[in-house]
Ligand binder design. Structure first.
Ligand SMILES: NC(=O)c1ccc[n+]([C@@H]2O[C@H](COP(=O)([O-])OP(=O)(O)OC[C@H]3O[C@@H](n4cnc5c(N)ncnc54)[C@H](OP(=O)(O)O)[C@@H]3O)[C@@H](O)[C@H]2O)c1
Length: 312
């Protein structure tokens, strides 16, 4: 760690999103100072503005939590997802390379096509089914090609207390609608944003503490276990109302049925469980069982009485 009094300066992009907000609420050591930039302060597409904040500040580390994460809308947004998740990341990575600043960037399980039936490792070949996945793969590839000091953290199904996520959507809709149809044939792992935040912190500090750090590259991190969207939703509502009511509200449907009712949804992998062996081996970061974590977060909503608040 730095021996003088000045803390490490960490540039955080996408500070207003789920992960950005989680990271700003996280407890960081005093030796570290986070500089959050929101979408309105810094657009990844504005290459000149990005260049300026590298020119005017000496960053020790960059965390990129910014991105276009609207999976269904991305299908109909033309080149926008590629400009943000691809070209924007390429440019950011270029600046990190130019100024010698390490970069941690998030990516997604949706780079895979779901044909594999066991957890995906970092060695598996991506083959995205949707525009979002393809645009994220563009960003990954750019970093791998042009940015030596990079960590790409692929994750899946993020939920937590901030921003938009499936857990909140299910809680909210269960109060507004009597019936909800949820797909039961897409398998993945919910990941609690605070666990991903802690993993991010561990990696960031490992890099900052060790000038000779060399374990750059791609890592998978998600919750532990596997589930499908219907089972996940059932568990959320079961925790709130008990299993009978959860079963009355929820109807399992297939992806094909869902597509019939919602023809504009993007294709998604039927299986996108991530294998977290590498991150465990290199950083001793272990996944947390998804059910235990989801249960705890639902109880946090109930305890804080967010349940009845408009914030859900
Ligand atoms: N959410 C998931 O389930 C999930 C799963 C796997 C991987 N990931 C990855 O994890 C990362 C964080 O996701 P998240 O859930 O925190 O997403 P999020 O809540 O949508 O946050 C993304 C942030 O990026 C901002 N943003 C969008 N376009 C931008 C641009 N052109 N320039 C600068 N900022 C921009 C958004 O601002 P606006 O709100 O103004 O658009 C938002 O504040 C992303 O890289 C995502 O691909 C997410």
């Amino acid at each position: 760690m730095k021996t003088n009094k000045e803390p490490y300066k960490i540039l955080l992009l996408g500070a207003g999103g789920q992960m950005g907000t989680t990271l700003t609420h996280l407890k960081w050591p005093e030796a570290v100072q986070l500089y959050p930039y929101f979408h309105q302060d810094m657009d990844l597409k504005n290459h000149q503005a990005l260049e300026d904040i590298f020119h005017h500040h000496q960053w020790d580390f960059v965390i990129n939590a910014a991105g276009l994460v609207k999976v269904d809308q991305a299908e109909h947004m033309g080149k926008e997802p590629y400009l943000v998740n691809g070209l924007g990341v390429l440019h950011l990575g270029g600046l990190c390379q130019k100024y010698g600043v390490p970069l941690l960037h998030y990516s997604t399980d949706y780079v895979f096509d779901g044909q594999k039936k066991e957890p995906y490792t970092e060695h598996d070949l991506p083959s995205p089914l949707n525009v979002y996945g393809l645009s994220k793969l563009f960003g990954e590839t750019a970093l791998q090609a042009y940015t030596e000091k990079h960590i790409i953290l692929r994750t899946s199904w993020i939920y937590g207390l901030y921003g938009h996520n499936f857990l909140k959507m299910i809680l909210k809709k269960s109060r507004e609608q009597e019936k909800l149809s949820i797909v039961n044939d897409q398998i993945g792992i919910p990941t609690f944003s605070e666990d991903l935040g802690e993993a991010t912190k561990i990696i960031t500090l490992a890099v900052l503490k060790n000038p000779k750090f060399s374990s750059w590259g791609l890592y998978h991190y998600a919750g532990e276990g596997a589930t499908n969207w219907y089972e996940y939703a059932h568990f959320i509502l079961e925790t709130c109302y008990g299993s009978e009511k959860a079963a009355r509200i929820l109807t399992p449907i297939s992806t094909a049925q869902n597509l019939h009712f919602n023809p504009l949804v993007a294709a998604r992998p039927s299986f996108s469980v991530l294998d977290g062996s590498r991150i465990k081996e290199v950083f001793s970061i272990k996944p947390k069982p998804w059910k235990e974590r989801v249960g705890q977060v639902v109880h946090r909503y109930l305890a804080k009485n967010l349940w009845n608040s408009e914030r859900i």
